[in-house]
Ligand binder design. Sequence first.
Ligand SMILES: [Zn+2]
Length: 269
Amino acid sequence: MKSFYILILTSLLLTSCGKINLLTLDQEIQLGKQSRDQVFAQYGNKVLDPNSSDPKIKAAYQYIYNVRNAVLNSGNVEYKDRFAWEVYIINDPTLNAFCTPGGYIFFYTGLIKYLEDGSSFAGVMGHEIAHADLRHSGKQITNKMGIDILLSIIAGASSNEVAQLTSLFTNLGALQYSQSFEKESDAASVKYLCPTAYRTDGAYRFFEKLIADGNSSSGPTFLSTHPDPGDRVNNIKSDAAKISGNCTTNKLNYNNDPDYAQFKKNLGL
Ligand SMILES: [Zn+2]
């Protein structure tokens, strides 16, 4: 057993800092499910019921599923068939969206209202899907907890290791990602949207609007505190320009998107 640890630790030392992930896919999925249930408990009936018989709520969820499916079917999502990719709307004015490990995605109506078109929304969707698909939570937890502590939990006889990890995940605020993870998710969003009808650089619009509104320094955790919104706009635009020749050309219009307007209307926004 000892040589096993030495082997692992040696390989870890050879891997760059912050990129190590000691959680298995199954642990991330379980962690995600428990986090999802915590969100349900916290928000109660503010989480709009995806099985609602209200035709407006149904239509709103159908809109969200279409955007999600476009991203998942881009051919660039590694765990497309492995993770849950459940999406929920939280009726709350918070300007935010987040995704737990294992693909449980939450959008606040505050953010849906703030955005003005489907490409901007798809850009955020791509960004959130990327956090799960690139397994940022597992890496962040590994990084914050320290490898030796995590190894001892994983190697331990305790059957509730995932419960322990869940509480650590919650306590450490692992949903606030590092600067490099935010950049990776922005770049992945561009890749995901390239083959879709949404504008490839859709993710930049949110940051641009925040800057225009003078909101960029007090932005949501979605922004993390680190990457400068102006840099994010530039990076997303330049990444999209580089691959634009290979992307679908029949893209939605930024300034006139009646489907997104209807989506907001269905939610009373
Ligand atoms: Zn993010």
